[in-house]
Design a protein around this ligand. Structure first.
Ligand code: C5P
Length: 323
């Protein structure tokens, strides 16, 4: 298989995977609201699964030798608490980001959510400029401006449509919008911070991910203890779980590992393109099959702007060199 074929295949895979992740998460939060699952339990399970997978990949990389794998994890993770501490910052913020996305998808349809979450391209660019001293071309700045205007159009026109909603529903929609905006900021910061840590040392991606998942597990289970202890005592850890909840967990694991690989091999652009294509897939499925979405004028104007801006930004990526 040649390089461009691999690129197109990964683009298809990423687009379908991103669309299914968002659609199934939305479905899992809205299908049976009489007994909803606790989102923090899924965040904790996702981190445990990612840790096990990263250990398995590290084991393969070490030639399937148990003692070598064990010693290297001991040396690189347990005996280097400072390195683990460095990753506790993104670990904490990723746990918050992952929980915020459940809040967002409980009240926003998949298409609106995805368009707004593309703001992470803007936040990633800004954090890259400030933290990694990257330089952006004028076309890229123009693309970021278009992206922001597109998201604002989708949001503002959506708010005007909301006149018929009750106060409590409107409050939940605003809370979800705030959640997606905050998650975009966290995504930008976390992505750039992780890239900086990864590229500033010789530790392998999988060791870094073991450190990240280890810290995330501690944080996720502490948050479960603090916020969900009573609910778990009353109805159990797996309360409200359905096939959709398990699908959300599997797809979150796949997305997390994809993000890790994308950061390592620097094809963030491919990921941006994939999300744009997945917006089209989610919009189509939300509208035709799930009856969850009625595009308004703001969406018709804003969504193509966001998708176009993503491509414009990505096409000019090669020109953006570190200062
Ligand atoms: O790109 P975005 O910020 O939306 O995706 C971040 C997701 O990837 C989070 O769910 C985070 O837990 C996961 N991730 C990961 N390993 C990394 C970096 C991110 O699992 N090294």
């Amino acid at each position: 298989m040649n390089n461009s074929m691999v690129k197109y295949l990964s683009l298809c895979f990423l687009s379908v995977q991103t669309a299914s992740h968002v659609l199934i998460t939305r479905y899992s939060r809205t299908a049976d609201t009489s007994h909803p699952y606790l989102p923090r339990t899924t965040v904790a399970l996702v981190e445990v699964t990612k840790l096990l997978i990263c250990i398995a990949i590290h084991f393969c990389n070490k030639g399937f030798r148990i003692s070598v794998t064990f010693t290297s994890i001991l040396d690189e993770v347990v005996r280097k608490p400072k390195e683990c501490l460095k990753l506790s910052v993104p670990a904490l913020l990723y746990v918050c980001q992952n929980c915020l996305l459940f809040v967002a998808l409980s009240n926003l349809n998949s298409a609106t959510y995805q368009v707004c979450y593309q703001l992470k391209i803007l936040t990633t660019a800004l954090f890259s400029v400030f933290m990694l001293s990257k330089r952006l071309s004028s076309t890229q700045w123009l693309a970021l401006l278009l992206l922001t205007i597109g998201v604002v159009l989708v949001q503002v026109m959506k708010s005007e449509d909301d006149g018929s909603m009750s106060d409590s529903t409107l409050g939940s929609v605003y809370a979800s919008m705030m959640a997606v905006l905050l998650a975009s900021c966290l995504s930008g910061f976390n992505g750039v911070y992780f890239e900086k840590v990864l590229k500033s040392s010789k530790q392998s991606l999988w060791i870094r991910n073991i450190q990240l998942a280890g810290a995330s597990i501690l944080i996720a289970f502490t948050s479960l203890y603090l916020f969900d202890y009573e609910a778990i005592q009353t109805a159990g850890f797996f309360q409200g779980y359905t096939w959709a909840t398990w699908a959300v967990i599997c797809l979150s694991v796949i997305s997390g590992l994809t993000v890790a690989i994308v950061v390592k091999y620097a094809d963030n652009i491919l990921k941006g393109f994939a999300v744009s294509i997945s917006i089209l897939i989610s919009t189509f499925i939300s509208f035709y099959f799930l009856d969850d979405f009625e595009p308004n004028f703001g969406f018709f104007l804003g969504a193509p702007m966001v998708i176009g801006a993503t491509f414009l930004y990505g096409m000019n990526f090669e020109k953006a060199k570190p200062a």
